[in-house]
Design a protein around this ligand. Structure first.
Ligand code: F3S
Length: 389
């Protein structure tokens, strides 16, 4: 990979050990993917935050870094609600180490938003055509597909390295030629729950770039759910929905695989679920809930009381912007949980069967938490939590 004189100096350690280490990561990536050069990025979104996933080695690595990020950089969810961790039954040792990780990121100048939906908080961090270094898979999918920005799915260390240097290697989804559709998915169903559609589509497409042609018109929350599920059941980082998202670049339709998804295919995702009778926790908010989603949940819960644990995960900033909505939700016995989620927090591990409405959580909960997972619609989930039908 070609480096400018300044980049060479960074790599030689002329501006300190942290930037030298960051450059080593970027150069290694660039060499692997045969990138021609580094390009400037507008922002970074950094995963690798929960002590559950990065452990002592991760804590040590981050604590050892000095300096400040060069571009606006936002942190992914941590392993606990940073304020109400005791109410989540998080143990003291975990909390101490998690807070040390947060402190280390804060010293580097990373915004401690702890969310996978940074685009709901700051419009300025990504616009169409911007190059980014984001790492959480649903955020990557949203940035590429809905915003029209350009990012690879970075690992935590490479996103942090890019944040410190302000650059990333030019390869993958930063190049227009890798952003053409590989599959055309015609959706005949009248889609209401996009997590189930995404779960199906991701399994079919793998790491391809699907172009959906559908009669339903997904809104931004629907697109968030669709992308998150496809990134988990497959590894889709970019998709298009005809007439809804940006248009794809010039492509050859004859080179695309054609797929049809019908009502019964989507129903089969729900039909394949395990018996929901022994569900002992219901968790919503994967990816983190938007304000509109929180309000929708508050409306559905109106006049009910939960009979099972019900978690609603969101960013602290969204929760704090809607205290009355949070109060309405929590008055039913449900909990609004910030800074973390059902997948990356060890708090999920004390349950045995979780019901979710997210295609992504449905994929990850069994492996990451050792908990049986059932996928339901939002309404199914609220009914399961409140004993309604
Ligand atoms: Fe976000 Fe956690 Fe889901 S990080 S996308 S809520 S697994």
């Amino acid at each position: 990979m070609h480096l400018t004189r300044d980049e060479e100096l960074l790599l030689q350690g002329e501006r300190g050990d942290t930037l030298r280490r960051a450059m080593e990561i970027l150069v290694a990536l660039g060499d692997i993917y045969e990138a021609e050069r580094l390009i400037e990025i507008k922002s970074a979104q950094i995963a690798g935050v929960s002590y559950k996933t990065i452990g002592d080695a991760g804590l040590e690595w981050i604590s050892d870094l000095n300096g400040k990020v060069a571009v606006p950089s936002i942190l992914n969810p941590a392993g606990m609600d940073l304020l109400k961790w005791r109410e989540m039954s998080i143990d003291e040792d975990f909390a101490r180490k998690q807070l040390a990780i947060i402190d280390a990121y804060r010293r580097l100048g990373v915004a401690i938003e702890c969310t996978c939906t940074p685009y709901l908080l700051y419009e300025s961090i990504a616009s169409r055509g911007d190059h980014l270094a984001w790492s959480e898979s649903s955020a990557v999918s949203y940035a590429n597909s809905v915003i029209g920005a350009m990012t690879n799915r970075e690992g935590g260390p490479s996103a942090l390295a890019a944040a410190l240097v302000g650059k990333t290697p030019l390869y993958g989804y930063h190049l227009e030629e890798n952003r053409v559709p590989t599959h055309v998915i015609s959706v005949e169903a009248d889609v209401k729950e996009y997590g189930a559609l995404g779960f199906l589509a991701g399994k079919i497409v793998g790491d391809g770039v699907p172009l959906f042609v559908m009669r339903s018109r997904p809104d931004r929350d629907d697109l968030k759910a669709l992308g998150a599920a496809m990134a988990a059941s497959g590894s889709v980082a970019l998709y298009y929905v005809k007439g809804v998202t940006q248009e794809p670049p010039q492509y050859d339709p004859d080179a695309c695989e054609i797929i049809e998804i019908e009502d019964e295919d989507i129903r089969s995702v729900y039909d394949s679920r395990a018996d929901a009778g022994d569900v002992d926790i219901v968790a919503l908010g994967c990816p983190h809930c938007s304000l509109q989603e929180l309000e929708g949940i508050a409306d559905l819960l109106e006049g009910r009381k939960v009979s099972k644990e019900l978690w609603i995960c969101t960013s602290r900033r969204v929760a704090e912007s809607a205290p009355e909505t949070v109060r309405r939700i929590e008055s039913t016995g449900a909990r609004v949980i910030c800074d973390t989620c059902m997948v990356v927090s060890p708090a999920s591990e004390r349950f045995s069967h979780m019901m979710v409405n997210s295609g992504k959580a449905f994929v990850y909960i069994p492996g990451m938490c050792g908990v049986k997972a059932t996928l339901g619609s939002l309404e199914d989930c609220i009914n399961a939590a409140t004993g309604g039908s």
